[in-house]
Design a protein around this ligand. Structure first.
Ligand code: HEC
Length: 161
């Protein structure tokens, strides 16, 4: 009985979760243009495995955040500057995902070209969140939680305002 119940829970991706999945992977502006999930999407931003197991209000706070902890303001010696998510690096180069471009553009950058990298205060994740209604945000968060934990619970829009 236990295993059968578990099977039902796993199988029962609700209509809300399916809507959230479609929004997450939307090819034009979806979260998956910057976050990989279940082997799909592009890993520009952080892995959502840790966040996905938190309560929906906490996930919503992260998506609506106006401050960043990973994104850097990059200044090149050429005087060009842009907000970037740092990726893989070796002694000579660093992968910078340029967030001033849509979709974010990976630039393998020679470290000697970099003048400085400092705290970003121009690029805000909240600008992405603004494109969604509370209902859509609830759908997306229900999907993220389901994808990470397998919990098919619904999320009410009032939880993610
Ligand atoms: C343009 C790229 C981009 C898009 C689109 C995007 N994100 Fe992000 N996301 C990021 C980056 C970069 C960060 C790291 C921000 C920082 O420096 O703290 C991030 C951080 C997060 C975090 C916090 C993760 C952590 O561990 O701190 C969550 C949750 C999140 N995004 C969810 C989403 C969801 C849900 C969507 C779709 C509604 C989305 N993101 C769309 C780039 C993006």
């Amino acid at each position: 009985m236990f295993w059968f119940t578990l099977f039902l829970l796993q199988a029962a991706a609700s209509p809300q979760i399916e809507r959230g999945e479609a929004l997450f992977f939307d090819s034009a502006k979806g979260c998956a243009s910057c976050h990989a999930m279940k082997g799909r999407g592009t890993a520009v931003g952080p892995d959502l495995k840790g966040m996905g197991s938190l309560a929906p209000p906490a996930i919503a706070v992260a998506v609506r955040s106006t401050i960043t902890s990973y994104v850097q303001h990059v200044k090149l010696k050429s005087k060009e500057s842009f907000p970037a998510m740092p990726g893989a690096k070796d002694e000579k180069t660093i992968d910078l995902y340029d967030l001033s471009k849509t979709p974010a553009q990976m630039r393998k950058t020679d470290r000697t070209e970099i003048e400085s990298m400092s705290n970003n205060d121009t690029w805000k994740h909240s600008d992405i969140a603004k494109k969604y209604t509370d209902e859509q945000m609830a759908d997306i968060i229900a999907y993220v939680r389901y994808a990470v934990t397998g919990i098919p619970k619904s999320v009410d829009p009032s939880e993610v305002r």
